[in-house]
Each structure stands twice: as C-alpha cells, then as structure tokens.
Write a protein that binds this ligand. Structure first.
Ligand SMILES: [Zn+2]
Length: 302
C-alpha cells in the first residue's frame, strides 16, 4: 500500500515537472519570436520611412506618384541589392508570399534585369575603377536569417528561373525549428545556385558590441561555415544592418571580400565594400512599384 502511493506520488511529480518544463519551453520560444519580430519590424519601419522621405523629396521633379511614370524605362537601375526574410503565406510584416516572390523575379527578368551573386558583385566593383560603374540593370537577391521557408518556398522559384541568390545564416539557429539545417545548406552550397554567407553566430547588432565580441561574432561564424561546407565563405550581411568603422575594418581583416548593411548603408561602390546598402522588399512591392523602390534606393538616394 505504502509502496503504491509512493509510486503514484513520484509519477505525479514527474508529470507536473515535465508539464512545467514544456509550458516554459513554449513560452520561451514564443517570447524569442516576438523579440525577433520587434527588432525587424522597427528596422523595416525606419527603412520604409527613409524611402518615403526620399520619394517625397524627388516627387516634385520626377512626379513619382503619377501612374504614367511607373514605367521600367523611367526607373532604370544600374545595380541594386534586394533584401528578403520570410517567404511564406503568414502575412507577417517580414513575409513575402511565394507567388509574389515569383511575380517579382519574373517582372524584373521581363524588364531586362539579370541577377548575380553578392560575392561576384564585390569582386567586380573592387576591380573596377572609381569612375566606371561596373553594371547596368543588374541585381542581387539576399535572404536573411536562414529560415526554412527559404529552402521550401524560395529555392524552387530560384531554380525555376535559374536565378542566383544568397542565404545569410545565423549559426546558433541552424537546425532549429523553422530554420535551415546543415544538410540543407550543404545541398544549397553544393548545387551552386545559392551562396551561403555569414549573418554571425548570435544575430546581435555588431555596431553596438565591444570590439572583441564583434570580431568573434564574425570570425567564428565564418570559420564554422567554412569547416562545415568545405569551402571559402567570403560575404557577410550585418544583423539589423548594424555596423561602425571598427566593424568594417574587422570584417576586412577577417577576410570577407565585402559586407552588406541595410538601407542606411552606402550606395554600392568600389570605394567602400564593407557597408553596402540593401533595400527591403515587401509583399506589396509588385511590378513597377518594385522597380521604383529600387530606383529610389539605388539611383536617387545619396
Ligand atoms: Zn537578420
């Protein structure tokens, strides 16, 4: 009798403990997702506002709001870098629906644009003289954070159009729920259409870290990816676009051939390869509106 009740007590205690652990785990996961969302949303807000301000400041001369002016001939972009996060149907602020990504790529191809990898662009700009712009109607597709929906939804579209892109992964998240696995990035890397790049170990804003920690975040991530993929990994995109002069210098010392930020980076040039601007593409950037956004970000903005 005594043994039996002790057995029940232990069982109940075990059940209660695992219950608490489970609830705690899901609560923590949810909290983490919310934190990520908050950061990225704030970033997107800043970028959208900056773009709107530029659109306003040029609207008097260009009348960008006139639908007649929404033509691929007017909005010619020499070189630009597009930034994506989730490719899914979740209707979040950072989500682009797969069919819209398909439509965006198709529209740009139909308008005469070609796509190259970020590493190729860095090499080409580095070797071109400052007076010549090495590209015309050339774009780069970048996907941040290494979400699994890239592998499931975006990769088939890239393969369909034979369009290259870059996937920038966070080491701590590899293999976790909703993120790509090592196996997936090995496959992507081996098939050659997608280049894997560094998005650091822990996805912290590099410009706000102590120098030795910023260095570790970049160098260790590069080292681990190179070990795992048996190849040189030479591009980085800064988490949240955050950088400073020291981060740029370190990125160069570590051996990256270039680095990309987000909207507040520099317009791509051979003068400064370590803080190139990218612009966030949203679900509603379709057709000429997409091209106008790229034009404002890469031709009009200083
Ligand atoms: Zn990120």
């Amino acid at each position: 009798m005594f043994k039996r009740s002790k057995f029940f007590l232990v069982t109940i205690l075990l059940l209660l403990t695992s219950g608490f652990l489970l609830v705690g785990f899901f609560y923590w996961q949810n909290f983490k997702d919310q934190q990520d969302e908050k950061y990225d949303t704030a970033l997107e807000y800043d970028q959208t506002k900056a773009l709107e301000n530029i659109a306003l400041s040029v609207s008097s001369t260009l009348n960008v709001n006139d639908p007649k002016n929404l033509s691929p001939q007017i909005y010619q972009v020499r070189f630009g870098i597009l930034m994506y996060h989730h490719i899914d149907d979740k209707n979040k602020r950072l989500s682009v629906r797969p069919e819209n990504l398909d439509a965006q790529i198709k529209y740009l191809l139909d308008s005469g644009y070609k796509f190259i990898k970020l590493s190729e662009a860095f090499k080409n700009f580095a070797s071109s003289t400052s007076s010549t712009y090495p590209y015309n109607k050339t774009l780069v597709l970048t996907f941040d954070d290494g979400y699994r929906d890239f592998y499931i939804n975006a990769y088939p579209i890239l393969k369909k159009y034979k369009v290259p892109a870059g996937l920038y992964v966070i080491n701590q998240d590899l293999g976790k729920r909703g993120n790509v696995t090592w196996e997936m990035i090995r496959q992507l890397h081996d098939e050659g259409l997608v280049e894997i790049g560094v998005h650091t170990i822990n996805h912290l804003p590099l410009g706000k870290l102590k120098p030795d920690i910023a260095y570790y975040q970049m160098a260790k991530s590069k080292e681990l990816l190179e070990q795992g993929l048996h190849d040189k990994i030479d591009t980085i995109v800064y988490p949240f676009g955050s950088f400073n002069e020291n981060v740029k210098k370190q990125a160069q010392q570590i051996g990256f051939i270039g680095a990309a930020s987000v909207y507040f980076g520099q317009r791509p040039s051979g003068q400064d390869l370590y803080s190139w601007r990218r612009t966030m593409i949203t679900n509603s950037d379709l057709g000429p509106i997409l091209l106008r956004k790229l034009y404002i970000a890469f031709e009009l903005a200083k």
